[in-house]
Design a protein around this ligand. Structure first.
Ligand SMILES: *Cc1c(COP(=O)(O)O)cnc(C)c1O
Length: 389
C-alpha cells in the first residue's frame, strides 16, 4: 500500500497514553468519572423524536436525499435566523444544511486552500479548523487566544506577510474550549481585517443558544456587510441535544455556499430526510427546553467553578458554552496534570494541549455530566485537596 503523504502532516494523537490509562483503570474496576465529554447528557426533546419517528415511516423519506437539503428545512433555517438574530437569509442561495457542522467545517477547506496557503486559526481552537486546512494541503497560522485578552484574537499581531498568504479566517464565539464570548465589535474588527487582506471569514456559532445569566449571544451575520465576506456555521447538536442525529448548517455568503455545495454534491448525498424533518420541527416547534437546559448547566457551572477555585484551579465563570477552562498550577504540562487527576482523583479532564499550544496551561471540564456524577467528582476533588494540605 502507498498511503498519501498528507496523512504524515496530521499532528500525533496526544491522548494515547491517557486513554490507555483510563481503559486500564476501568478494566481494574475503578470507578472513573469523566468531565471530558463535550456532548449534552440530556436527551433530544421528545416532540422532536416523535416527529422523526413519523417521518421515518413515510417511504418518501427512504430514498436518497438531495445534497442541498429539503426546501422546507432551508426555509425553517432562514426563519429561525430571522427570528433569533434579525438576520435575513435567502433560503435558496444563502442556506446549506450539513451532515453536522463539523462536516462542512472540514470540507470548506477544499474550496479555498491550496498547497502553501494559510488559514488563520484560533489557538486554542476546535481541531477541525486546522486539520481540515492540513488535509487540503495548507498550513494553519495560529492566532493565540490569551486570557489577558479575554481569549479574543489580536488582529494587529498578525504580520502582513501572513495575512496576504491567508485565504480563510476561523472564529468561534461563544468559544470552545475557553467559554469566552465576543461582542459585535470583535466581529466588526474581523471583517475590517478580512476586507483589507481579501480573505473569507468562517464563524462557528455552535454555542449561541447555550448561554447563562441572561446573556444573549450575537450572530456574526448581524454586522452589515458580513454576508459579503463570510459565513456562519451553526448546528442543531448543542441547541437541541441532537449531536447523534448529525445535522447542522452553513449560512451567509452565497458564493461560499455555492462552492461548498459543489464540493459536497460530489462527495455526499445529503442528510437522511427523516432527520431533516425532525430539524424543521426542532427549529419551528417549542423552544422552551433551551431555557430549562441552560438553567441546569448554569447551576452545574456555579457549583463546579466554586469547587475549582477553592482548590486553586483558577477558572473564569463562562457566560456561555458548557465548558470550564481552568488554569493549572505552574510546573505541569496539561497532559501531566490530567494524568495526575486521573491517578489521584479518578477523574478525567481534557488537557488543554489538545486544542493547541496556547492551551497547555489549562484543562477543560465539561458540564455535560449527570448531577450525581458532578457531585461525586467535585467531592473527590475537594477531598484530594484537603489530603494534600
Ligand atoms: C460541538 C461543536 C460543533 C458542532 O458539531 P456538529 O458537527 O454540528 O455536531 C461545532 N463547533 C464546535 C466548536 C463544537 O464544539
Amino acid at each position: 500500500m502507498k498511503l498519501a503523504k498528507r496523512l504524515n502532516r496530521l499532528p500525533p494523537y496526544l491522548f494515547v497514553e491517557i486513554n490507555q490509562k483510563i481503559a486500564e483503570l476501568r478494566a481494574r474496576g475503578e470507578d472513573i468519572i469523566s468531565f471530558a465529554i463535550g456532548d449534552p447528557d440530556l436527551p433530544t426533546p421528545s416532540h422532536i423524536i416523535e416527529y422523526m419517528c413519523q417521518a421515518a415511516h413515510d417511504p418518501a423519506n427512504h430514498r436518497y436525499p438531495e445534497t442541498a437539503g429539503l426546501p422546507e428545512l432551508r426555509q425553517a433555517i432562514a426563519e429561525w435566523y430571522e427570528e433569533r438574530f434579525g438576520v435575513t437569509l435567502d433560503p435558496s442561495k444563502e442556506v446549506l444544511p450539513l451532515i453536522g457542522s463539523k462536516e462542512g467545517i472540514g470540507h470548506i477547506a477544499l474550496c479555498f486552500i491550496e498547497p502553501g496557503d494559510l488559514a488563520l486559526v484560533p489557538d486554542p481552537g476546535y481541531p477541525p479548523y486546522s486539520l481540515g486546512t492540513i488535509l487540503a494541503g495548507g498550513e494553519p497560522y495560529f492566532m493565540p487566544l490569551q486570557e489577558e485578552n479575554d481569549f479574543l484574537p489580536d488582529f494587529k499581531a498578525i504580520p502582513d506577510k501572513v495575512a496576504s498568504k491567508a485565504k480563510l479566517m476561523w472564529l468561534n464565539y461563544p468559544n470552545n474550549p475557553t467559554g469566552a464570548i465576543a461582542s459585535l465589535d470583535l466581529f466588526e474588527q474581523a471583517i475590517h481585517f478580512a476586507r483589507k487582506h481579501n480573505l473569507a471569514i468562517c464563524h462557528d456559532a455552535a454555542y449561541t443558544e447555550v448561554t447563562f445569566d441572561g446573556y444573549t449571544a450575537p450572530s456574526f451575520l448581524q454586522i452589515a456587510g458580513a454576508k459579503e465576506i463570510g459565513v456562519e456555521f451553526h448546528s442543531l447538536s448543542k441547541t437541541y441535544h441532537m449531536t447523534g442525529w448529525r445535522i447542522g448548517m452553513m449560512v451567509g455568503n452565497a458564493d461560499m455556499i455555492r462552492t461548498l455545495f459543489q464540493v459536497k454534491s460530489n462527495l455526499d448525498s445529503g442528510i437522511p430526510q427523516a432527520i431533516q424533518h425532525a430539524a424543521v420541527e426542532a427549529l419551528r416547534g417549542s423552544q422552551e427546553h433551551i431555557a430549562e437546559r441552560n438553567a441546569i448547566f448554569q447551576r452545574r457551572r456555579d457549583k463546579l467553578v466554586n469547587a475549582l477555585n477553592e482548590i486553586g484551579l483558577k477558572a473564569r465563570i463562562p457566560k456561555a458554552t458548557f465548558y470550564i477552562w481552568a488554569k493549572i498550577p505552574q510546573g505541569y504540562t496539561s497532559i501531566d496534570y490530567a494524568k495526575k487527576l486521573l491517578d489521584e482523583v479518578k477523574i478525567v479532564v481534557t488537557p488543554g494541549i489538545g486544542y493547541g499550544k496556547e492551551g497547555d496551561g489549562y484543562i477543560r471540564f465539561s458540564l455535560t455530566i449527570s448531577d450525581d456524577h458532578l457531585e461525586q467528582g467535585m467531592g473527590r476533588l475537594l477531598a484530594w485537596h484537603r489530603r494534600r494540605r
